[in-house]
Structure formats: structure tokens, C-alpha cells
Ligand binder design. Structure first.
Ligand code: 5GP
Length: 189
């Protein structure tokens, strides 16, 4: 993941000691080469797990999930933040976003997440773990099996990863940020 690491060290902007901005290659403008590399890496880590569905949350997770699903030869399912009138029956969970300071409901159609599914969740950031809690809750409601989680950037100092690992969830993070203090990105080796 040298390309990803290099981009983070050279292009990511430290917004505060809590928030990192990666709008030039992940969250706004997207670097397809990095997305392909990320997808292949997640796929190689979960290759033997017979994943049947890659689950994420709109919007920033979709590109990551697409390359992962392509590499694992599975469909990708993204949780929606607005309930379309055409959705039919759905599972729903609430998540609080500290970056946006709001609670949103996320939902997936019942017909696309079932008890036969072996699910890999992927997302761009892991901070306090709220988004992941919401996504794992959807998996639970569907009685599907959560196999693991792939995260592009985990901020180790915000506690989400620790809590979820403590609950027995396998989390694979490609980049682990140990601190964003004093405007500097410190990575864990
Ligand atoms: P959590 O739910 O784990 O607290 O935060 C994860 C979600 O919040 C991610 O889906 C991501 O969209 C957003 N997020 C958390 N931290 C950051 C950050 O440092 N930068 C950006 N751009 N988004 C973040």
C-alpha cells in the first residue's frame, strides 16, 4: 500500500487533531488507481472467506466497495441515507456522525441482504465506530454473517476500532493513524 501511504503523507490535510481531509484522492476527487489497489488488498486479505456481499455506506464507501467487490467477484450493497419510496421493505439503523454533527438513518432493502450472506463491510474511515455499528446492526437484523471489516484509514486514537475488536469483529485497516496532533500525521507501523 505504498501509493496510498505516499498520498496520505503528501496530500492529506490535517483539519484538526481529530479530522483528516483526503478530498484530493478519496472523498471528493477519486484516484482510480488507488481505489483499485485498495480493492485488491482487501480482496487478498479476505479471499478465503467466501464473501458473498461487500457492504458499505453512501457516498464515500462506494468506490472502495466497488473495487473490492470486483476483486472478490461479489455484488456490492450500499446503505442509503435517504429512504427512497421505491425501496420496499428495508432494515434501518441510526448512526451519529461526529464530523457532520448529525444523526442519520441508514437502510438497505431486505431482499438484498439475507441470512445466506457472508458479509465484508468496507469504509473509508474508522473513528469512533458509529458508522460501523450501524452497518453491523443491519447485518444482524438480516441474520447475515459478518465476516470482517476493511477500513482504508483508521484513526487509532478515537476508540472505535478498539471497541469493535473487543466485541470480536475482525478489522483490517490499511493505514493506521496514531495521532493528528500539531498538524502532523503520525502513522503506526
Ligand atoms: P465513525 O462513525 O467511526 O466515528 O466515523 C466514520 C465515518 O465518519 C466515516 O464513514 C467517514 O465518512 C467519517 N469520518 C470520520 N473521521 C473522518 C475524518 O477524519 N475525515 C473524513 N473525511 N471523514 C471522517
Amino acid at each position: 500500500m505504498e501509493l496510498l501511504k505516499e498520498k496520505i503523507l503528501n496530500q492529506a490535510k490535517v483539519v484538526s487533531d481529530q479530522i483528516l481531509k483526503v478530498d484530493s484522492f478519496i472523498n471528493h476527487m477519486i484516484d482510480p488507481n488507488i481505489m483499485v489497489e485498495i480493492g485488491q488488498e482487501f480482496a487478498s486479505r479476505f479471499r478465503d472467506e467466501k464473501i458473498t456481499k461487500v457492504l458499505t455506506i453512501e457516498a464515500s464507501g462506494i468506490a472502495i466497495a466497488l473495487t473490492t467487490a470486483l476483486a472478490l467477484k461479489t455484488p456490492l450493497l450500499f446503505a442509503k441515507k435517504k429512504i427512497p419510496s421505491t425501496l420496499g421493505q428495508f432494515y434501518m439503523s441510526n448512526i451519529y456522525s461526529f464530523t457532520k454533527n448529525e444523526t442519520v438513518g441508514i437502510c438497505v432493502a431486505k431482499e438484498y441482504l439475507t441470512s445466506d450472506d457472508r458479509v465484508l463491510i468496507v469504509d473509508d474511515f474508522l473513528a469512533r465506530g458509529e458508522a460501523l455499528k450501524g452497518l453491523t446492526d443491519l447485518v444482524k437484523q438480516a441474520d447475515a454473517q459478518l465476516i470482517g471489516v476493511g477500513i482504508v484509514i483508521e484513526k487509532m486514537f478515537q476508540g472505535g476500532g478498539k471497541a469493535l475488536r473487543g466485541a470480536g469483529v475482525r478489522i483490517e485497516s490499511l493505514i493506521k493513524v496514531s495521532s493528528l496532533a500539531d498538524g502532523k500525521i503520525n502513522l503506526e507501523e
